[in-house]
Design a protein around this ligand. Sequence first.
Ligand code: BES
Ligand code: MN
Ligand code: ZN
Length: 494
Amino acid sequence: MRFSVRITDPSTLSTPCLVLAVYEDGSLPASTARVDETARQTIAKVLKAGDLRGAIGDTLLLQSVAGVRAQRLLLVGAGKPKDLDAKKFATLLRHACSALQKHQLARCATALADLEVKDSDAARKAALLARVFVHQQYRYHATKPKAVKLLQVEEVTLLLRETRERAPANRGLDIGAATGRAMNVARDLGNLPGNVCTPTYLGKQAQRLAKRNARVLKTQVLSEAQMRRLGMHSLLSVGNGSAQDSALIIMQYRGAPASQPPHVILGKGITFDTGGISLKPGAAMDEMKFDMCGAASVLGTMSALCELKPAINVIGVIASAENMPGGSATKPGDVVTSMSGQTIEILNTDAEGRLVLCDALTYIERFKPQSVVDIATLTGACITALGSVVSGLMANDDDLADTLYQCGLQSLDPVWRLPLWDEYQEQLKSNFADIANIGGPKAGTITAGCFLARFARKFKWAHLDIAGTAWLQGSDKGATGRPVPLLLEYLLNH
Ligand code: BES
Ligand code: MN
Ligand code: ZN
């Protein structure tokens, strides 16, 4: 999809479709009013007649309106002028994009970025428009190639009034389109079935990304033998029952001098989670192919960095394994020694995410990171606590937590903090090892965070539990691409 900016009067523009907003109270945003003047109040009449209410997301297509050069006008409801915030603006954009697809309109010009949106400048509005349009057009085809292909909107021209908005809007479009594409990368990986998307497959994708971006990205994939030599027996224990090799994938993005310490993003990459010997119940077990959505968000984010080339250093790490029962699988009660030297009693083999992440956390100490954010579909308890609206946030540093919270609001990819207080650490006591891998039925999301915290003492660290936000269930079943927007917001702010 191509996006561009034009500073021009929308009424004189020739385009197959001009997309304009209208308000619910019958008033018109400035650029719509301008067009309506030359259109002899056709739009006002349409609203007055009640043909379009103007609530967020209502759409109406008009053909050959006298007085305007555009072949069609697509009117989109923007609700009440005073209520329009970024969240509502995103909903409106989604509906506008769907209407274009439905009416087979591959090219359009739009004055939507000219709307007054709370706390949003031209750059923010342009970014959101591009992100929503790119995200909206995603379809899964990898293992369903004959699925009906929806029309793709190919060209969107953003109409603005002020020349000084051109540069920020262009920058916004680049960031937004890259964010949308990165979300779609994450969704494609998340949606792939477990028999295709294995740890080895994830490693290959990371290597492919580096090959295509050799000047800024280097990928390294550690084999099981290499991890054994490093003492990563916790990570390796998870793949013991699987025919698939585990992998630790390291992608180094270099946008700044090597002297600048990197930010690390670390994703849980369990390509299928049966629960292992602590086998999960059968219902909806297929959804455990999504247990690598943290890893997918890391790959998506790294691909956007390669596109946008910000002047920072970022290391994307993926700890990947398949959690299966089997003759050589880890058993409840087994004790393993992690790379950190701490021993772990594995009381439940279904609490495997923390077992792969803890060794990866120890591994990344060598990079002396500025900050570390891990992303994991870690606990069902997080879905109980927060549902599918916000991701769980835990951190050992208040500033990092506050920053991520703000970035979540800004990027419409919100997170909510839970406490990692010492009292909760009590629940992880073991009679047979330094630490148990489960903390009992209470506060399951927090005790999982507390487990990780024991391996994150050497840097500023935050943990995102995306169990409720990484994919949708039901008829819309599929990966969401979250929290790619949050991660990019965070990294690009540096
Ligand atoms: N991948 C799951 C968490 C999960 C479950 C995410 C359902 C999304 C939907 C994780 O590996 C897991 O199984 N966690 C256990 C931990 C428990 C054994 C302490 C859980 O949440 O039940
Ligand atoms: Mn599990
Ligand atoms: Zn899992």
